[in-house]
Design a protein around this ligand. Structure first.
Ligand SMILES: Nc1nc2c(ncn2[C@@H]2O[C@H](COP(=O)(O)OP(=O)(O)OP(=O)(O)O)[C@@H](O)[C@H]2O)c(=O)[nH]1
Ligand SMILES: [Mg+2]
Length: 454
């Protein structure tokens, strides 16, 4: 069968609290729209509500709620008798509990004609009961920003480590929502009677989480080993908001074919490649997962190890899309995530990217505001080559000259020396090969240790 499933349609709902101005509110909704698109849904309408607090049962006033329900074909009231089509959180949990099976968009087509939006996406974190109430009133499936982000990570995770991490984050997100939705669920019949389905589900989730934790630890031991083999190498990491152009710079700097897409969260795994043309010693560049505002806390925690690459770099290139009117807010978010994972102690340089889309006046303003920043377009080879020079200069400044003696019995280690330091000259004496080297102090100390131990 080659009939494509219909594209799920969605309505966006923005909640504007008094602390958020119109521009930020619009930008946030626009970003949510892009996230929803990344998920494969089509946005067919947007609705905004100004709100003093966000604790209300449905978050929306009755007028807006009726407006929304008219779009989705619901009743507009939270009547307690209105049944939920089927516990959505439960369906999602069942999907989540099956190893890492993809949960395709659930086109909640039950009873709905194709052109009626089946999804409502709220640009705010919702409590489980707010989700339930909104679903009752609108007849559509409701997701909040966090739910969308968790879902994107779930679909895009590639490596085993990322998959395990995302499944953990997803279960943690789904579990409390499931609790509420299945709270009315009956008791089990037969064996195990007395244990409600809810208890069973909770136990299943707990078991699965501890299983995932064990698997993750094993995978992480492997990657820790790989990382420690790269310790003391010259390493720079590209970090920053999603869609800022990190992978584009990675491509340009290393000649690698990493994925570049005009999509949020195109990259979910860290890639490491050598700076091209190659230097001596080599400089390794890491491309990393992008940040976004309100990144769910569990995802921040679970991506700590993906970002461990960045943590161990000697230099962070903080990439920003300078052509985005909200770049400063994005910069703020990225800074706070890096702070949260403890990476703010690593030396960093601000890279204002996409300057090809900024006019002369904008450029002047940026230069005044960020005098130390590197202004660049990832699409301009001269800019990329200047950035390469900056990276090299950073490491050169940190390098020291020293002398290492490679005993004749240890000639096999010469490759290691060349890998982590630059050999300026060498001569032979009665003890072995005497090498004048230049490298990072840590790398030289490590080499000296391996040359003198037996
Ligand atoms: N005009 C312009 N577009 C750029 C520039 N750099 C990147 N882009 C575009 O911006 C979009 C996102 O680029 P990516 O390199 O995938 O961004 P990223 O930071 O890796 O994004 P994630 O992996 O999603 O976090 C793509 O469409 C790129 O072609 C630039 O300097 N100028
Ligand atoms: Mg990327």
């Amino acid at each position: 069968m080659d009939t494509k499933p219909p594209i799920p349609l969605a309505v966006l709902v923005g909640i504007q609290t008094p602390d958020v101005d119109d521009i930020a509110h619009e930008a946030s909704l626009e970003e949510l729209g892009r996230l929803v698109k990344t998920l494969g849904y089509e946005v067919v309408g947007t609705l905004s509500q100004k709100r003093d607090g966000t604790g209300a049962a449905t978050l929306l006033g009755s007028g807006k709620l009726a407006e929304l329900a008219a779009l989705t074909g619901g009743t507009g009231v939270v009547g307690s008798m209105a049944p939920l089509s089927k516990s959505k959180a439960r369906q999602r949990f069942e999907g989540a509990a099956e190893a890492v099976g993809p949960a395709e968009p659930e086109p909640d087509a039950t009873r709905k004609p194709e052109f009626v939006p089946g999804f409502i996406i709220v640009d705010h974190e919702l409590s489980p009961s707010q989700i339930r109430n909104l679903e009752r009133a609108t007849g559509a499936e409701v997701l909040d920003r966090t739910g969308v982000i968790v879902e994107i990570f779930h679909r895009h995770a590639n490596t085993r480590e990322a998959k395990l991490q995302v499944e953990m984050a997803r279960l943690k997100y789904v579990a409390p929502r499931m609790r509420e939705s299945s709270a009315g669920g009956g008791r089990q019949q037969g064996p195990g009677a007395g244990e409600s389905t809810l208890d069973l589900d909770r136990r299943k989730i707990r078991d699965r989480l501890s299983e995932l934790k064990d698997q993750l630890e094993a995978v992480q031991r492997d990657s820790d080993q790989r990382r420690s083999a790269r310790r003391d190498q010259l390493r720079v990491a590209l970090v920053g908001y999603t869609n800022a152009g990190k992978s584009s710079l990675m491509r340009a700097l290393t000649g690698s074919q990493v994925l570049v897409e005009d999509k949020l969260f195109a990259t979910l795994d860290t890639t490491v490649r050598a700076l091209q043309p190659e230097t001596r010693p080599r400089v390794l560049v890491s491309d990393t997962v992008g940040f976004i505002k309100q990144l769910p806390h569990d995802l921040v925690a679970s991506f700590r190890s993906t970002l461990a690459e960045a943590l161990e770099a000697s230099l962070l290139l903080f990439v920003v899309d300078a052509s985005d009117p909200t770049y400063e807010a994005q910069l703020e978010v990225s800074r706070s995530v890096l702070h949260e994972i403890g990476a703010d102690a690593v030396p960093s340089r601000l890279v204002l990217n996409k300057m090809d889309r900024v006019d002369a006046a904008g450029r002047a303003k940026l230069m005044e505001k960020h005098p130390d920043a590197i202004l660049i377009s990832a699409h301009t080879p001269d800019d990329v080559s200047a950035l390469r020079d900056t990276i090299i200069a950073f490491f050169e400044a940190a390098m020291v000259d020293d002398v290492l003696v490679l005993p004749y019995a240890k000639q096999g280690l010469i490759g290691e020396v060349y890998e982590s330091a630059r050999v300026l000259s060498e001569e032979y004496n009665e003890t072995g090969r005497v090498l004048n080297v230049r490298g990072l102090p840590g790398a030289i100390a490590r080499l000296r240790r391996s040359l003198t131990t037996h």
